[in-house]
Ligand binder design. Structure first.
Ligand SMILES: NC(=O)c1ccc[n+]([C@@H]2O[C@H](COP(=O)([O-])OP(=O)(O)OC[C@H]3O[C@@H](n4cnc5c(N)ncnc54)[C@H](OP(=O)(O)O)[C@@H]3O)[C@@H](O)[C@H]2O)c1
Length: 378
């Protein structure tokens, strides 16, 4: 599939590439990114391959990611073609309580800073980066709507929030006529599938496209980390960030290495790189609008941009699904076919004609990696 083929994002009319370019690696300020020449080469390669969706945040590399991205877009006069996503919420000044969090004062401060660094007068998709556990959702949605009406932002979305929060936000938008949410940006990969039970049906039912972040689990699924290497994994991000207080980097676990082993076997059968197979897998999960591809080197990006050029046959996909499945947890563990029959009788899905919205079905959990699924879920 060419990168130039686009999808509409969520229920919006915004057309985006299935593979987005993540720019968290634009800048070396965090100890594991790319220098400016390399970042420019990766941006050029992505655009030349037909991609139109670029993701950044005010937080990334102390603002350099936004600044460089803005420069690269301007250098090639691409502002109209590109869909620029950025985010707000992380604190810019630890001693100023209103220079961080989700509240209106910080939202407006942050959007002005992003516009300045990006060198543009509008942002295509503006995201709340992470829930601050403090600000009322009404304030966020009204603030977003004000930014859209002011012409600073075209579309809005949420990242790293609970499902109940996103659901309430979207319902408020619908009831009050605010700009609705078009996207949910969430961690999703073969080793992190927690979003499947709440967020996939939420996005599908309420019109929010899922943008998958860290689809290679910060590099784990590229194959460079393997137990046989006895903890000596070179200079990858997970090695550099080992021990950091950030759950996104806590990936070198026995469970995850078992998934890596199955991914390696499947990739070998397909004659594809592990990174391509892992990206292809997530891109074809239900509800996924776009996968955020990250790279520190042009050759990594070139590999990743080929991730949609092949099909994973069902039997191999089943193996990946089984190796990576997560027990659903309550209340989803409760919704078994037997319980459904007790609720709805002999015809548990009703008499809906073909093509009618199917009921949300939870996949039967396969045995969890590293041990059997709990008996009550089997
Ligand atoms: N909303 C959020 O909270 C959030 C959080 C995280 C990321 N994001 C977004 O998602 C984007 C992607 O996230 P991510 O960078 O964590 O994605 P990722 O795909 O999980 O990890 C990318 C890293 O894996 C390694 N890698 C990638 N392709 C490879 C290949 N073909 N061969 C070998 N190694 C390879 C590289 O790291 P090394 O070279 O260091 O090994 C690369 O920087 C970010 O740029 C950002 O835009 C959003």
């Amino acid at each position: 599939m060419s990168l130039a083929s686009t999808y509409t994002l969520g229920r919006s009319g915004l057309r985006v590439s299935r593979l987005a370019l993540g720019t968290m690696t634009f800048g070396t300020d965090w100890g594991w990114g790319a220098d400016k020449a390399t970042a420019r080469a990766m941006f050029d390669a992505y655009v030349d391959a037909g991609g139109n969706l670029v993701d950044t945040a005010d937080l990334y590399t102390n603002g350099n990611s936004e600044t460089w991205l803005g420069e690269f877009v301007r250098e090639r006069s691409l502002r109209d073609r590109m869909v620029i996503v950025t985010k707000y919420g992380y604190s810019a000044q630890p001693d100023n309580p209103n220079a961080g969090g989700n509240g209106r004062k910080n939202m407006i401060r942050a959007v002005e800073g992003s516009l300045r660094r990006l060198g543009t007068d509008y942002i295509d998709l503006y995201l709340l980066h992470s829930w601050d556990q403090l600000t009322p959702v009404d304030e966020v949605m009204r603030g977003f709507d004000d930014l859209v009406r002011a012409g600073k932002v075209r579309h809005v979305g949420l990242s790293n929030v609970p499902a109940w929060y996103a659901s309430r936000a979207q319902t408020l938008a619908e009831l009050r006529g605010y700009e609705p949410l078009s996207a949910l940006q969430l961690e999703y990969s073969l080793v992190e599938r927690a979003v499947e039970h709440e967020f996939i049906p939420l996005g599908q039912q309420l019109g929010m496209g899922l943008m998958a972040w860290s689809p290679l689990a910060s590099g784990l699924l590229s194959g460079k980390y393997r137990p046989s290497r006895d903890g000596q994994f070179g200079d990858g991000r997970l090695q550099t960030m080992a021990g950091a207080d950030n759950p996104a980097f806590a990936k070198l676990t026995g469970r995850n290495f078992a998934i890596v082993a199955e991914l390696e076997a499947v990739a070998r059968e397909l004659g594809r790189s592990m990174a391509q197979v892992a990206l292809n897998w997530v891109a074809h999960r239900p509800g996924v609008a776009s996968v955020l591809v990250g790279a520190t080197r042009p050759e990594q990006l070139a590999d990743n941009l080929g991730a949609l050029d092949f099909v994973i046959p069902p039997a191999l996909r089943d193996r990946l699904d089984a190796a990576s499945s997560m027990p659903p947890g309550y209340p989803y563990s409760f919704f078994t076919p037997g319980m459904q029959a007790m609720l709805a009788g002999a015809n548990p899905v009703g008499d809906k004609p073909a093509g009618y919205q199917p009921p949300i079905r939870i996949e039967a959990p396969a045995a969890a990696v590293g041990g059997a699924a709990p008996a009550e879920n089997a």
